[in-house]
Design a binder for this molecule. Sequence first.
Ligand code: NDP
Length: 505
Amino acid sequence: MTRTARGSVETSTEADVDPQPTFESLDPRTGEVVGRHPIHDAHAVGEAVTGARKAQQWWADLGYAGRKQRLDAWRKLLLRRLDELAQVMCAETGKPLDDARLELVLVIDHLHWAAGNSEKVLRRRKVSPGLLMMNQAATVEYLPLGVIGVIGPWNYPAFTPMGSIAYALAAGNAVVFKPSELTPGVGEWLARTFAEVVPEQPVFTVVTGFGETGAALCASGVDKVAFTGSTATGKRVMAACAENLTPVLVECGGKDALIVDSDADLPAAAEAAVWGAMSNAGQTCIGVERVYVVDAVADRFLELVTERASKLRPGGEPKAHFGPITMSSQVDVIRSHVDEALDRGARALVGGSHSVRPPFVEPVVLTDVPPDAAAATEETFGPTLVVERVRSAEEGIERANDSRYGLGATVFSRSRGTELARRLRVGMVAVNSVIAFAAVPALPFGGVGDSGFGRIHGEDGLREFARPQSVTRLKYRIPINPMTFGRSNRTVRRLIRLVKTFRGR
Ligand code: NDP
């Protein structure tokens, strides 16, 4: 049997019966088959996890320096063969080659940070033993969890999963990765090249297939699942992991807002809004989907956005501003959001219903969208933007926060950027630029509400894949020992006196 990714199911004839079921990945620009991959069932996933579990001890025993050496070698390989992987990414997602290259530049920088900082962040360190335990030495160390199951999406098929994979490996874990069925070739490429620099053990392996393969990974007994994808699937992953009390990290979608204050640099804000909304055809979890612009500057801002957005052209060629909608079923979602908004009185400043021309969608900028319309509340995941006027930046914050999502946000304000940022109920904010936080490896990445929980990247991202182990070691004995049946009444009275003296003030 051969299936195509999120497409039709093809049944083989008896003559070409294949003992290993496979599926095809397709170029969304042309529908051309670009690869064939195994459909790993629960048994195969179990074998991958068992292999990874054995490899993990070996990997952990390499220590920070040994792992860093291997991860650095992998980083250099990725850099040398950047175009080879970028081509696979283009073929499977349809994104322009330079966008794929840019994604890999970020991957390389994150890998460098994770390998270079894991020891500093996770190694054993002393903490104060406190007043009552001053005769103890207290330390905490962050030890690897074991085997991490990583489940990734297709929109940034290298950058997004590597936010978990690189950090989990640097923390001493083994990884079994299930890439999206739309981008299995990218996952396989990553695992194959990792094996070139770590040939001894299957420290990082890939299992391919559909949702069932991901579900099998959740049930496989891995020590944590790091999931990135839609909120609906995130809930299913969490429910499956609950069976074994497997911890989860859940990075889901968003409906990110951009706020333009009255003193904003308007050309820069318009550029950020258009790039944040339209790059990668809007298929970005932290893409700009809504803008709230203060009335006083709204006319000029709308002019600038309209001028910029109407010049953009999607296409399959390298020079196109952005590529196709990678997942064909998303085209209907984009169309329904645009049509519903227009039917309910919204105005199209750029494009309209006619802009949806599968596999491409041309830029659409809408205004006067009813606040409860899907275009204003749900993740559209296309090159569309809703721009609304507000009386003040405060109203913009209120409307931005009125969402079940809370992933990222952007603020353009010359005088109050950071102040406004702190009032947004989101995990990340860029002030006077867009999406910058994702490119800073030291900054934790993640959201709140329906955007998920837990963090990749940064120190938090390393600790996400480790278990803190606290150790106390007796340094010397003291006469006051309350933790023995041999203690006297005086011991407790002395302790109470001590606490009154030092903690009663
Ligand atoms: P999906 O939720 O459809 O799929 C994500 C992954 O989960 C895929 O590998 C998928 O496999 C797998 N999967 C599907 N069903 C199950 C299941 N029952 N159990 C376990 N795994 C399963 O998301 P998309 O791939 O469509 O990605 C787009 C979404 O990802 C958007 O909502 C976007 O906002 C979000 N995203 C979030 C990011 C963040 O960091 N917060 C970053 C990037 C994207 P298969 O593909 O084979 O179905």
